[in-house]
Design a protein around this ligand. Structure first.
Ligand code: NAD
Ligand code: UDP
Length: 310
């Protein structure tokens, strides 16, 4: 297949490009590098099945020739980007998704939208099944991202219903691994860089809020399976093993051999208190579940951060 990956120079997008190429597809990565980097795809530059196009997907997307599939991942994704890039986030979720769906419609291509566990907001149902409608503060600091993704899901379903576009929606839960930006601001890069500098890890609030962490190869595996499946309605993909952030900090200190402990900083507004995916649907319709344990994934990630910080 000839596949377009928007956000292809980002953390997840670049791993997805690797996987698609390994499956024998030809890949066009499209990115405006707002939070991504060509470093993430530099190793693909001599691959004849790979092409990079620098483009902001909120503008009309032109691609010559056939396109069989589109993975739409373009969007800043870290909470540190929410206050600094709120309009870009809303534009890429709305206008960017519109342009990417327009390309899918014009080319008759299958379309996968990268949604997020953030559509559940600060959830009142735990763990979160796909049937839960969410609890989002649309005017709070996270609202720009959450509502952009909720809009993008709605638009994707509208293109499916009205224009018959063959669509998929994946709801991604916290994913980590090599190629995350050192200053990404999300908890894994923060803790990794702090631990490798021998500094205390910055736990926000009392650290009782929970997350579950998916290693990037597991996510990409679930994304590929969903794309190849017939499932139109959203599917959660994430690791269901839940940790408090306090426990997670201790684990990172253990894996890195950091003895500096933790320091407590204020909890950001609207930070979800509990998050864990219900993955029964992914198990049932995709036969997918995560393979990489947190300690194994953290080991691989430490190796990357150690090298990247030199
Ligand atoms: P990332 O910031 O590394 O990747 C996003 C990429 O999109 C970047 O390369 C960025 O430059 C590009 N981009 C942003 N706006 C663009 C635009 N207007 N035009 C073209 N390119 C643009 O983040 P990531 O963690 O790799 O996230 C990838 C996708 O997965 C995002 O859609 C994100 O919302 C979703 N997601 C990720 C996670 C996670 O834990 N990593 C969780 C939930 C959802
Ligand atoms: N967090 C933290 N210290 C940090 C960065 C994040 O305690 O240096 C917490 C944050 O408050 C949240 C969790 O870790 O409860 C995950 O944060 P992240 O930014 O990775 O993503 P989120 O799941 O909030 O979108």
């Amino acid at each position: 297949m000839r596949i377009v990956v928007t956000g292809g120079a980002g953390f997840v997008g670049s791993h997805l490009c690797d996987r698609l190429l390994a499956e024998g597809h030809s890949v066009i990565a499209m990115d405006n590098l707002i939070t991504g980097s060509t470093d993430n795809i530099a190793h693909l530059s001599s691959n004849k099945n790979f092409q990079f196009i620098y483009h902001d997907v909120t503008e009309y997307i032109y691609i010559a020739g056939e396109v069989d599939g589109i993975f739409h991942l373009a969007s800043p994704a870290s909470p540190i980007d929410f206050p600094t890039l709120p309009i870009q986030i809303m534009k890429v979720g709305a206008l960017g998704t519109h342009k990417a769906l327009g390309l899918a419609k014009a080319k008759g291509a299958r379309f996968l939208m990268a949604s997020t566990s953030e559509v559940y907001g600060d959830p009142e149902v735990h763990p979160q099944p796909e049937s839960y409608w969410g609890h989002v503060n649309q005017i709070g600091p996270r609202g720009v991202y959450d509502e952009a993704k909720r809009f993008a899901e709605a638009l994707t379903m509208a293109y499916h219903r009205i224009h018959n576009v063959d669509t998929r929606i994946i709801r991604i839960f916290n994913t980590y691994g090599p190629r995350m930006r050192l200053k990404d601001g999300r908890v894994v890069p923060n803790f990794m860089t702090q631990a490798l500098r021998g500094q205390p890890l910055t736990v926000y609030g009392d650290g009782s809020q929970t997350r579950s962490f998916t290693y990037v190869s597991d996510l990409v595996g679930g994304m590929y399976r969903l794309f190849m499946s017939d499932e139109i309605t959203p599917v959660n993909v994430g690791n269901p093993v839940e940790y408090s952030i306090r426990q997670f900090a201790d684990l990172v200190n253990q894996v890195t051999g950091n003895s500096a402990g933790v320091t407590f900083l204020p909890l950001p507004k609207d930070d979800p208190k509990r998050r864990r995916p219900d993955i029964s649907k992914a198990r049932r319709v995709l036969g997918w579940e995560p393979q990489v344990s947190l300690s194994e994934g953290l080991q691989r990630t430490v190796t990357y951060f150690r090298a990247a910080m030199k």
